[in-house]
Design a protein around this ligand. Structure first.
Ligand code: AMP
Length: 602
């Protein structure tokens, strides 16, 4: 017998949910449905989004209500328009084979008269966001005097969003005899208080442990320097070619900056934050749902109630301030029994936050290494090989061109053809990751490593005051070590070695400090100089000559903005071969919210 029938759900509904692919009840459904079907109790269910909550309360509601009547009998309150629409749609689907079921979705940002008209026509279930609901109550356009059930869905989110008072006012419109069913992913004191004030002896149920994320979520973190965050993030994305992720930031600006940078770098990404109009928001969400976007960059508030299945990764670009937000964020993946990965990008100082999170959610986090450039490239190449193997071939269409194609390739061996196809797709990619540095740091590092090194070396060489930092387009790949590059500079420009400060030798470029008085001499001295057939280029780096920020802005510190596409169809967002993002931008951003300027004209 169908397990839902055994729970007491009627045939019509079981038929409808079977069509939706529900074979057996989820944990929350199994636990909650028998209790809610009695209709006698208030109820508190501690469950994450994506656990099947909607059916857990929706199916019992369909059993309890009298659909021959046309007045509101159940009210479902939820935090966002998206969730409101989703719940209303889900309830309609479950009720597909029951006659005369009327569900209305009442939410802000849409035409109120349509909603009023639907209410006037007669409804049994109202699904609403608190603000618009109160508006309608204020117009005396709805009668809640015969409401038997109130569901508070994502109660913690509603309180987070400041709906406490609205909820109080709405509940006061409903009869004292009604039953209240509350669902929440977390149980902060405010939610407890609601349960205490509005409910009588509620039956409490927890799916998983309190405050614990879904068991199907793997929690990983990467330890990196703040300045390498974006580069590390891209590597992680690039090493997961099939990623469909939500990236969380703390601020609107951060979401915009990251989305902007990603788009420039050829990714399908966009941002979702509080400054968007409802229409813009819907558009972004539609693109994400349709998978035209592969990465959604969002703030906590904007991402509330996002209900998209098959999200593979949640990435905490910045850790949230509130632990509860971590649970909410990670709960956007591993929905409906799927697995998912929650990634946090942290610096040394944030290690303690990870330990704290582990304690609170009761799960351990695994430290992962940021993949090396070569590993990323290999991963991408293998994905392409996989895609080539599995691509659907339209024999009919391709056959007509086949003779011409064959002729074109006649002189090439199979190996040559393979190499050429791979190069077509990957030259830029290979170039991008060439000399990409290791971005991982030692967990026991004091976090002052780089700076101390910089300072120490500068002190040794006379300090950076009075020095200017210069960029040179030669580096260790040109088989220089520091001493040799010092010699090369001095011999070429005829300045004394004492005039050279810190030398920061990188793969394809070098930064070196020169006493201010000698800067022009060095620049002039290198005019027209070739090295192994390459024109040697010297430029003044960013102000003050500290850190390698200038390097990022011009040659990318090994993290050039090449294409790193998934599936190779970035369409219009692709750049032409080899062009570097940095060339077109006079400045660049770090993602701590500050804008750094580079003087480079490169
Ligand atoms: P919810 O937590 O209600 O938003 O549900 C998350 C997702 O799980 C939705 O896509 C539901 O359609 C799906 N779902 C809910 N219950 C079941 C079930 N018993 N079997 C399979 N899928 C389910």
């Amino acid at each position: 017998m169908n397990p839902f029938l055994e729970l007491g759900i009627r045939h019509e509904v079981v038929n409808a949910i079977t069509e939706l692919g529900f074979e057996k009840p989820s944990e929350i459904q199994e636990k909650a449905i028998p209790v809610l079907l009695t209709g006698n109790d208030d109820f508190v269910g501690l469950a994450q989004t994506g656990t099947g909550k909607t059916a857990a309360f929706g199916l019992p509601l369909l059993e309890q209500l009298d659909f021959s009547q046309k007045h509101p009998q159940a009210l479902v309150l939820c935090p966002t328009r998206e969730l409101c629409l989703q719940i209303a749609k889900d309830l309609e689907k479950y009720a597909k084979y029951i006659d005369n079921v009327n569900v209305v979705a009442v939410y802000g940002g849409a035409n109120i008269s349509d909603q009023l008209r639907q209410i006037r026509r007669g409804v049994q279930i109202v699904v609403a966001t608190p603000g618009r609901m109160l508006d309608i109550i204020g117009r005396k356009a709805i009668d809640f005097s015969q409401v038997n059930y109130v569901v508070l869905d994502e109660a913690d989110e509603m309180l987070n969003m400041g709906f406490q008072e609205d909820i109080n006012n709405i509940l006061s419109e409903t009869p004292d005899t009604k039953k209240t069913w509350l669902f929440s992913a977390t149980m902060p004191t405010e939610v407890r208080r609601i349960a205490k004030n509005y409910m009588t002896d509620p039956v409490e149920m927890t799916v998983g442990t309190k405050n614990t994320g879904n068991a199907n979520i793997e929690h990983n973190y990467y330890l990196i320097r703040a300045k390498d965050k974006y580069a590390a993030f891209k590597r992680i994305v690039d090493s997961n070619p099939e990623i469909f992720g939500i990236v969380f930031c703390r601020t609107k600006i951060e979401t915009q900056e990251i989305a902007e940078a990603l788009i420039k770098d050829g990714y399908n990404a966009d941002s979702l934050h509080g400054d968007l109009s409802q229409q813009q928001r819907d558009k972004v969400m539609k693109r994400y749902r349709d998978r035209s976007l592969q990465l959604l960059i969002a703030t906590d508030v904007a991402a509330r109630g996002i209900d998209v299945n098959n999200v593979t990764h949640v990435i905490n670009f910045s850790l949230p301030d509130e632990i509860e937000n971590y649970t909410h964020r990670s709960g956007r993946t591993a929905r409906a029994g799927k697995t998912g990965i929650s990634i946090s990008l942290i610096n040394l100082k944030e290690q303690s936050k990870i330990r704290h999170l582990e304690k609170v959610i009761g799960k351990s986090f695994e430290r992962k290494e940021v993949p090396q450039g070569s590993a990323v490239v290999e991963k991408q190449l293998l994905t392409i090989v996989d895609k080539v193997q599995n691509v659907a071939i339209n024999e009919e269409q391709i056959n007509q061109f086949l003779p011409a194609i064959m002729e074109g390739f006649e002189s090439l061996s199979k190996e040559d053809i393979v190499k050429r196809f791979a190069s077509l797709e990957f030259n830029r990619f290979l170039e991008y990751y060439k000399d990409a540095p290791d971005l991982n740091i030692d967990a026991r590092d004091t976090g002052r490593g780089d700076r101390d090194f910089d300072r120490g070396e500068r002190r040794e060489r006379g300090g950076s005051k009075g020095f200017t930092r210069l960029f040179m387009n030669l580096g260790s790949v040109d088989e220089f070590n520091r001493g040799e590059i010092l010699g090369f500079i001095c011999n070429t420009t005829k300045i004394s070695g004492k005039s050279i400060g810190k030398i920061d030798l990188k793969g394809v470029y070098t930064f070196f400090e020169v006493q201010d008085a000698d800067v022009d001499k060095v620049i002039q001295g290198f005019k027209g100089v070739d090295f192994n057939g390459r024109n040697v280029r010297i430029e003044v780096s960013g102000e003050g000559g500290s850190s390698d920020r200038g390097g990022r802005s011009r040659s990318g510190g090994g993290e050039r903005s090449g294409r790193s596409r998934f599936g190779g169809s970035a369409g219009g967002e692709r750049r032409s071969g080899g062009e570097r993002k940095e060339r077109s931008s006079g400045g660049f951003r770090d993602f701590s919210g500050k804008r750094r300027e580079s003087k480079s004209k490169y």
